[in-house]
Design a protein around this ligand. Structure first.
Ligand SMILES: [Zn+2]
Length: 176
């Protein structure tokens, strides 16, 4: 692992070599990427990075200090989430011919949603910051579990029948 030492701290970075003419330092979301021409000597790259260490350090630190907006869920986001959930339940209860017993919104750690054998559905609060379609997908997914309590082929067919492009939203939510 490559590291830049500055102010008693170590900042990791990656070198990406490609057919470019100049040396660049890219800092995106606190991650340092050094783009270098293929034939450039390692010592030259090191020297360049050392010269820029203060600038790199400050840029990385600036990112770290920024509050992560993603995690700040406000009342209006929860209202929006509730509305989308209600709309989706109404939509899919018609096509699936099922209705959940209870719906809860909770800050769960292990999944975007869950469905119990008592037909209670829990929706992850973190979805409040996600796209409408992604929320709709989670609701549909859990509602399909009201009919199929597993992830069998039959289950996925049911999801697909109701949302043919569901894979786009499933992939976007891949953290769980
Ligand atoms: Zn599931």
């Amino acid at each position: 692992m490559n590291e830049i030492k500055y102010n008693g701290e170590k900042i990791p970075y990656t070198i990406k070599k490609s057919k470019i003419k100049n040396l660049y330092i890219h800092i995106k979301e606190g991650k340092v990427i050094v783009k270098a021409p293929i034939k450039l000597k390692e010592e030259y790259i090191q020297e360049f990075i050392n010269k820029k260490s203060k600038w790199i350090y400050e840029n990385v630190k600036r990112y770290e200090k920024k509050p992560k907006i993603e995690e700040k869920i406000e009342a209006k986001d929860i209202e929006r989430l509730k509305e989308i959930i209600e709309k989706s339940i109404l939509k899919y209860s018609k096509t699936l011919q099922v209705i959940p017993n209870k719906i809860r919104i909770k800050d769960i750690k292990y999944a975007w949603g869950s469905c119990s054998s008592k037909k209670n559905i829990t929706i992850n609060l973190k979805l409040a910051k996600k796209d409408e379609k992604a929320i709709e997908y989670v609701v549909l997914h859990e509602m399909c579990h009201l009919k199929e309590m597993n992830h069998s082929k039959k289950f996925w067919n049911l999801v697909e029948k109701n949302m043919p492009d569901y894979k786009i939203y499933k992939n976007k939510l891949k953290e769980y």
